[in-house]
Design a protein around this ligand. Sequence first.
Ligand SMILES: C[S@@+](CC[C@H](N)C(=O)[O-])C[C@H]1O[C@@H](n2cnc3c(N)ncnc32)[C@H](O)[C@@H]1O
Length: 240
Amino acid sequence: MYGELASWFHLVTAPADYADEAADVVRRLAGHGVELGPANPAATILELGSGGGNTASHLKTFAHLTLTDLAPPMLALSTTLNPECEHLAGDMRTLRLGRRFDAVLLHDAVMYMTTEADLRAAIETAFVHLRAGGVAVFYPDFVAETFRPSTEHGGHDGSDGRSLRYLKWTYDPDPTDTTVVTLFAYVLHEADGSVRTLDDRHVEGIFPRATWLRLLAEVGLRAEVSVDAWEREVFVGVRP
Ligand SMILES: C[S@@+](CC[C@H](N)C(=O)[O-])C[C@H]1O[C@@H](n2cnc3c(N)ncnc32)[C@H](O)[C@@H]1O
């Protein structure tokens, strides 16, 4: 999905559906001292693993965004949605821009950190890009304590005549390790009426809440966790 199928990503998950999550980011940042919008028109946010730029498409009205992702096709897609934002290729584990931001966002892309070393590296990337008093927000889909196997379906019709529907199945083949598997089955309906079905396997990280909090503290962030409106545990870290 992040490579040859990237142009279909907004038909899996549509930018319009991310307004509430962007508002959640804005509220959490304000709650930790980083005001966005008219009160702070120069505010800057770095997003690690910005994907199709869905969250960014709503956040960009509040701050100057630098959007980074491992996959150039996803950056290209995000550029079509967010042409006014800076887009840079980079791995969240190793990215070093030599700049500091008011805030760093790591949304669902953090799920691709599948070992404790990788998760620590991504948290460290967030830390080194924060100014003193800056705030990092992390939105894993689940922690070990909240994970449940699940099946869902969805998809959208595009304005270009293409449509996509998917089945998503997340399960944990080995509860003793730090990964779970998400399988997707996609039905791709082209504008000319032809149909393809494809499958896609994603390996995602799963860590106990205490591991998250320990890594955030080890890296140097003052950390806390709370539950959001979607019942996800959200980790917020402030750089002292
Ligand atoms: C589900 S998408 C993110 C969607 C995003 N939340 C949005 O608003 O559009 C996950 C993204 O994580 C990216 N990704 C995976 N591993 C990464 C890594 N090590 N560094 C940076 N990005 C990564 C993928 O390329 C993909 O674009």
